[in-house]
Design a protein around this ligand. Structure first.
Ligand SMILES: [Zn+2]
Ligand SMILES: [Zn+2]
Length: 150
């Protein structure tokens, strides 16, 4: 297979399996294992071509670099983690939001982004700062720092 074709397939694959919108750098990280030697310039060039031919959609969050996802993905929303900055797909939808529009306005579409902390980052926070446990039956070595609990 031609090298360029292989690279484009690797880029599409990376975005398809990610199940969330990817930054060009994330596309590169994912696609490199499928197409060794892939560079960021090639990723940018292919992303542009895939948007132009209607394969990929651009996800543009305010103040963020563009991310890319397949156009074929049906109506969905996004969640951005404020700790790792990754953007995830959200498949729940509040439905018709016409009631939020001023009287006389008709709503045709909506775009919704949730912000918070992803499960990965929430889990990490738990392991980085564990709650000190104190077992009364354990033999406490002097100066082990449990002044507040024993
Ligand atoms: Zn996160
Ligand atoms: Zn929706």
């Amino acid at each position: 297979m031609e090298r360029n074709t292989r690279q484009r397939i690797a880029i599409r694959e990376a975005i398809e399996v990610a199940r969330r919108p990817l930054l060009p750098q994330e596309v590169l990280d994912q696609a490199q294992s499928l197409a060794p030697g892939l560079g960021i310039a090639t990723v940018y060039r292919n992303l542009k071509a895939l948007v132009d031919d209607g394969t990929l959609a651009v996800v543009q969050l305010p103040g963020e670099n563009p991310r890319y996802e397949p156009v074929s993905r049906r109506h969905h929303h996004h969640f951005q983690c404020r700790r790792c900055q990754r953007v995830f797909d959200v498949h729940a939808c509040p439905g018709d939001l016409s009631r939020l529009a001023p009287p006389g306005f008709s709503v045709e579409d909506h775009d919704l982004t949730l912000y918070g902390c992803c499960a990965d980052c929430a889990g990490q926070a738990g392991t980085v700062t564990p709650t000190p446990a104190c077992d009364d039956t354990a033999a406490h070595a002097p100066g082990h720092g449990h002044d507040s609990c024993c």
